[in-house]
Each structure stands twice: as structure tokens, then as C-alpha cells.
Design a protein around this ligand. Structure first.
Ligand code: BV8
Ligand code: ZN
Length: 237
């Protein structure tokens, strides 16, 4: 059986990672996530964008995968599981998932915004969030940026292709922890449904996908995912 899992920030919420659209606490409460994770935002004030990503990168060292990530990794013993994630964290990999495609890039890769060369340099520690940090400079004079996909930027070709194949060949698509409003990622479950592939949504809140999903479970990921495969016959009969 081939399973495609489409995950969003909600699967990392129970690890203590704020979701993208949660009212951010503290310093970032007044920041518009659309503005700070867009190429316009980077051009306008790179030092604020860099500080935000540096803080998120630093915070990832202090959190652990939760039972939701671990359940998805455990499914690999029963099925060919492909994880298509919008998350830029590495919690799926740390839980043991082998096939993980990052549609929106990663907090753990950096590159020059001019010559695109990868940046392997040291990152400053950041125990407390601060409003601005000047991004490091490349030898070519360009600024170092996180290798994440900002609004208005194209998704990585390879991750997109693998994700489309994972969904096209899936016997089941599980959509967990995403508000299903960011495209083209949000188009993948719609594509599955149009091709008669069952889609199960796991989200404590309703989303634009909830009415069209085959099943929509109003449950948090860490509670629903560990028993989801056993529940399939009853859910899909
Ligand atoms: C593109 C960066 C074209 C990394 C992100 C109009 C104007 C301008 C643009 C557009 C437009 N209409 C459409 C677009 C395109 C745009 C888009 O879709 N905009 C939306 C907002 C309408 N898309 C793009 O720009 C994409 N690029 O189209 O390029 C192109 C083509 C060729 C050449 C050039 C250009 C790029 C999209 C990627 C943007 N980057 N992030 C980062 O910093 O993270 S997107 C951002 O939102 C995050 O990556 C995040 O992953 C993503 C989706 O959010 P979610 O993961 O769903 O998180 P969210 O907080 O929203 O929801 C959490 C959910 O979890 C909630 O539903 C909650 O109920 C649930 N939850 C909470 N707790 C739990 C839980 N679920 C389960 N268990 C729990 N415990
Ligand atoms: Zn450069």
C-alpha cells in the first residue's frame, strides 16, 4: 500500500513549534508571517527576516518529534510512505521517516541570494529572539538567506515532482496539520480526490478541504495518527 502524508505546521504544534498562523507569542506577535516570509519582505528588511529565521532555526534544536511524527515513521513498517511536508523543520526525519519532500524548503539549508552557492558557515547562537540581525555576506557580496520558499517564489522542482508522483500513486492520502490555503501544496489533496484516491484530513479545526475530504477527523495529530491505520477499515467502509 502506498500512503502519501501531506503535513503542515500543525503536526509540529504538539512539539511546541508555533504554527504559521497561530497568533505568534512575544516578539513575532506583531509580525505578519506573509510579509516576513516573502521575497518582498527579504528585499525590504533582510535583517528582520534573517533574525526571524535564525530564531526559528535555533528553536528547532530545543524541540523533539511528537507522537504524530513518530506514528508516520512507524507506518513505514506496513506501507510505502511518502511524506510531503510544507514544514521547514526536520522533525519528520528525526522521527525516522525516510522519504520526506520539503515543498517549502528547509530551515537547515542556507545559500547566497545572489550566486546561490550553499552556505556552510557558522550561525550565531540566538538564545533570545531579537528584532534584527544582519545576515552574513557571501564572498560575492550577496547576502546569505535561508533555503526556504517564500511567497512569490517557485517550489523546488525535485520536491514538487516527487510529491506529485507520491500522490498520484497513492492508495491513501493523509492531510495533517495544514490550513490548506497555500498553493500549489493545497492542490495536491484536490488532485487526489479528483482521481478517486481517498483523502483523510486530521485537524482540530475545519479547513477549506474539510467538506471535500473523504473523511475529516476533528482531532489533533498526536492523538489521531498512532491509531489511524487500524481505524482505516471502519473509516473508509
Ligand atoms: C508560488 C516559507 C508561483 C517557509 C511558506 C495571491 C497573491 C499572491 C500569491 C498568491 C495568491 N494566490 C495564490 C498565491 C500563491 C501563494 C499562495 O498560495 N498564497 C496563499 C496565502 C493564498 N503561493 C506561493 O506564493 C507559492 N509559490 O505559487 O510560486 C511561481 C511559479 C513559478 C515562478 C515563480 C513563482 C509559495 C508558497 C510557499 C510560501 N512559503 N513558508 C516558512 O517560513 O515556513 S508558506 C507557509 O504557510 C509555511 O510554509 C506553512 O507551511 C504554509 C502553510 O501553512 P500551514 O502549514 O498550513 O500552517 P498554518 O499555521 O496555516 O495551519 C496550521 C494548521 O494546523 C491549522 O489548520 C490548525 O488548525 C492545525 N493544527 C493546529 N494544531 C494541530 C493542528 N493539526 C493537527 N494537530 C494539531 N495538534
Ligand atoms: Zn554569493
Amino acid at each position: 500500500m502506498q500512503v502519501a502524508v501531506l503535513s503542515g505546521a500543525g503536526i509540529s504544534a504538539e512539539s511546541g513549534v508555533p504554527t504559521f498562523r497561530d497568533a505568534e507569542t512575544g516578539l513575532w506577535a506583531k509580525v505578519d508571517p506573509y510579509e516576513i516570509s516573502s521575497s518582498d519582505g527579504w528585499r525590504a528588511h533582510p535583517e528582520r527576516v534573517w533574525a526571524w529565521y535564525l530564531w526559528r532555526h535555533y528553536m528547532m534544536g530545543a524541540v523533539q518529534p511528537n507522537n504524530g511524527h513518530r506514528a508516520v515513521a512507524a507506518w513505514q513498517d506496513y506501507a510505502d510512505v511518502h511524506v510531503v511536508t510544507q514544514n521547514v523543520d526536520n522533525l519528520h526525519e528525526r522521527a525516522g521517516s525516510k522519504k520526506v519532500y520539503h515543498l517549502h524548503g528547509s530551515l537547515f539549508e542556507f545559500r547566497c541570494d545572489r550566486c546561490q552557492v550553499g552556505y556552510e558557515g557558522e550561525l550565531p547562537e540566538m538564545p533570545e529572539p531579537v528584532e534584527t540581525v544582519d545576515p552574513p555576506r557571501c564572498v560575492c557580496g550577496g547576502m546569505i538567506r535561508p533555503s526556504v520558499v517564500w511567497f512569490g517564489e517557485a517550489l523546488p522542482e525535485d520536491a514538487w515532482q516527487r510529491s506529485v508522483e507520491a500522490v498520484t500513486g497513492a492508495d491513501l492520502v493523509v492531510v495533517v496539520g495544514t490550513s490548506s490555503i497555500v498553493y500549489p501544496a493545497a492542490g495536491l489533496p484536490e488532485f487526489a480526490l479528483a482521481n478517486g484516491i481517498p483523502v483523510i484530513e486530521v485537524n482540530p479545526e475545519r479547513t477549506p478541504l474539510s467538506d471535500s475530504a473523504t473523511v475529516s477527523l476533528r482531532e489533533p495529530a498526536a492523538a489521531a495518527l498512532p491509531t489511524l491505520l487500524q481505524r482505516l477499515p471502519a473509516l473508509l467502509d
